[in-house]
Write a protein that binds this ligand. Structure first.
Ligand code: TGC
Ligand code: FAD
Length: 391
């Protein structure tokens, strides 16, 4: 297959600033040179290329939109383009970066004490330390407000008890930001360092999706952490959900990267593959699939770009982020499935990236709020009526 040719049917390139294009091209070149040659191996071995984490730090990927503590303070469109390019590599690569940036650095930056910021932000930014975010539990995924995990105050410590499940970066993290209910019934965020007695992790194996990403269970059994490890300004479930809005924003862009990879690959394959004496790209049914893909990718690009511009102006609402996450992941998954189909039998082997993206996107459509949960968030917004049972 030829080099990736980019997907820009509507001249969206012209809507980007020079800096945004430069950031995108830097990450695109790096992914091509350093990541794509090794991703299939890591996918087969069910491992994450840990050695690339400091390199991602050097490239300025972690906490790219934050200001201070070593972060460059890029705008949200540039950040989105970084997520797009990482996910054109693999959803697992984008996941590692978005958890670190949006779910660990962002909350420490937004809700942390000065000491917490100084201790963690520069190291996380450089990729000298890794973070993870524990919200989901075995019995509470879509409904984190019902979480069981407890943080009880005992003298000069909080004592954590509970389990978090499906945690990206879990066992490789130096610091886990976990959400637990305190004595007052309020949900809060707590920083737990690797090696703290009573804290253990177990990796989840046998995944058919996100194989090149670490997913773990976190267990807390009478795990004592100092009082100063609680995020002082994260109030209630709202604090956790606000972090999700940051991460969902990145996913809305990231999914476009996976979709572009699949579309471009399928198009090139269809132009080269001969059946009945003609390239399969000449058949109307194949063209229909390719046209659907490029149309949906173009719509997703415009949705993400306007979302980013609104975010940069401080005007974005969480429900708008939900719409973009819901739509862009859904069309990316459908694009990957169609691309897999166009490749025929070749579509099932990892010599081609398509099935890897397709399987990854089954996770992306589920995590950070499932497709249906985002549908209901937008539904509640437009009707004023909640499907979740609250007023
Ligand atoms: P609800 O009453 O809706 O909200 C409670 C309070 O939070 C506020 N809020 C938000 N604030 C900021 N951003 C958002 N996205 C927000 N959504 C809600 C809300 O205004 C309210 O504030 P206040 O002041 O009135 O208290 O709470 P609910 O319990 O009814 O929530 C329902 C629901 C479904 C919307 C919510 O719980 C939800 O989003 N569920 C999905 C769970 C989820 O997305 N989990 C993701 C876990 S992390 C993950 O998957 C990482 S994957 C790795 C990677 O990113 O790569
Ligand atoms: P459930 O909530 O049990 O949902 C099952 C089905 O029921 C879904 O189809 C859902 O849409 C539907 N459903 C639920 N409620 C409703 C309703 N009210 N109306 C209609 N349908 C409904 N979590 C973290 O905290 N941190 C992480 O780093 C993290 N990383 C992840 C990595 C991977 C690879 C995966 C797979 C998951 C990860 N998650 C993480 C967990 C993820 O956020 C949850 O899986 C997700 O929120 C859904 O929860 P659940 O799996 O328990 O499904």
């Amino acid at each position: 297959m030829e080099k990736f040719r980019g997907v820009d049917y509507y001249g969206i390139e012209e809507l980007l600033t020079e800096e945004e294009r430069m950031v995108r091209d830097t990450i695109r070149d790096w992914v091509e040179a350093e990541y794509l040659p090794i991703v299939a191996k890591h996918h087969r071995e069910e491992s994450f290329p840990l050695h690339l984490i400091p390199k991602l730090g050097e490239l300025g990927v972690f906490g790219a939109t934050l200001k201070g503590h070593g972060s460059p303070g890029l705008n949200n469109v540039a950040y989105g383009l970084i997520m797009q390019e990482l996910e054109r590599g693999d959803s697992g690569l984008r996941s590692c970066a978005s958890v670190q940036s949006a779910l660990v650095m962002y909350p420490i930056h937004a809700y942390g004490s000065e000491a917490q910021k100084e201790r963690w932000l520069p190291r996380l930014q450089r990729g000298d330390a890794v973070g993870c975010f524990g919200l989901s539990e075995p019995d509470h995924g879509s409904d984190p407000g019902s979480m069981k995990m407890r943080a009880a105050r005992k003298g000069d410590a909080y004592v954590l008890n509970g389990t978090k499940l499906w945690i990206t970066n879990g066992s490789i993290a130096d610091v886990a930001l976990v959400w637990a209910r305190g004595d007052d019934g309020e949900i809060g965020g707590y920083l737990v360092e690797k090696g703290t007695p009573g804290f253990s992790t177990l990796d989840i194996h046998g995944k058919f999706s996100m194989r090149a990403s670490v997913t773990s269970e976190l267990s807390f059994q009478d795990c004592r952490i100092p009082l100063e490890n609680k995020l002082p300004n994260a109030m209630g479930l709202r604090g956790a959900l606000n972090c999700l809005s940051q991460a969902r924003y990145g996913i809305a862009w990231g999914a476009i990267g996976a979709a572009m990879a699949c579309y471009d690959w399928a198009l090139q394959y269809a132009q080269a593959r001969i059946q009945f004496g003609k390239p399969i790209a000449s058949f109307q049914l194949v063209q229909r699939k390719l046209v659907w893909m490029v149309t949906e990718i173009t719509k997703a690009q415009l949705l993400a770009l306007q979302l980013g511009r609104l975010k940069d102006q401080g005007k974005v609402r969480p429900q708008q982020v939900s719409m973009a996450k819901m739509n862009n992941v859904s069309i990316a998954l459908e694009t990957a499935r169609m691309a897999r189909d166009i490749l025929g039998a070749a579509g099932i082997v990892d010599e081609h990236p398509v099935i890897r993206h397709m399987l990854n996107l089954e996770t992306v459509v589920t995590y950070e709020g499932t497709h249906d949960i985002h549908t209901l968030i937008v539904g509640r917004d437009i009707t004023g009526l909640s499907a979740f049972g609250d007023a």
